[in-house]
Design a protein. Structure first.
Length: 111
C-alpha cells in the first residue's frame, strides 16, 4: 500500500558530494602479480620507480534540512467561485494605414 511507503524526507541517501577540497598523500603500492604471463613478460620491463600519488579525499556532505512535499501549502491558481473586475472601457484604436484591399496593382507595359 502506498501509505506504508516512506516519503522523500523519511530516509537518507548517501551523498558523494564533498565539502571543500581535501587531499591525501600516500606511497603507491606494488601491483598484484597474476599467475598467468601478461604482455609485459615477453619484453624487457623497465624497473618501476617508486613515487607518491596526490588525490582528493571524498567526504560525505551533511543532508540539508528542507521541508518535504507535504510540509507546506502551495498557492493555488484555480479560481473558486465567481470573480469580477471593473476596468475603464478603452476606445477602439483605428489604424491610419491602408489595408490590403486599398492598393491598386500597377501593371508594366510589355515591349
Amino acid at each position: 500500500d502506498a501509505e506504508d511507503l516512506p516519503g522523500p524526507g523519511n530516509y537518507e541517501e548517501k551523498s558523494y558530494i564533498t565539502e571543500g577540497t581535501k587531499y591525501s598523500i600516500y606511497q603507491k603500492r606494488e601491483e598484484k602479480i597474476e599467475q598467468t604471463p601478461g604482455p609485459g613478460d615477453y619484453e624487457d620491463v623497465k624497473e618501476k620507480k617508486e613515487g607518491i600519488t596526490i588525490s582528493q579525499k571524498l567526504t560525505e556532505k551533511a543532508p540539508e534540512e528542507l521541508p518535504g512535499p507535504g510540509n507546506y501549502q502551495e498557492k493555488s491558481y484555480i479560481i473558486e467561485g465567481p470573480s469580477y473586475s471593473i476596468y475603464q472601457r478603452r476606445d477602439d484604436k483605428v489604424e491610419q494605414t491602408p489595408g490590403p484591399g486599398d492598393y491598386e496593382e500597377i501593371k508594366k507595359e510589355q515591349k
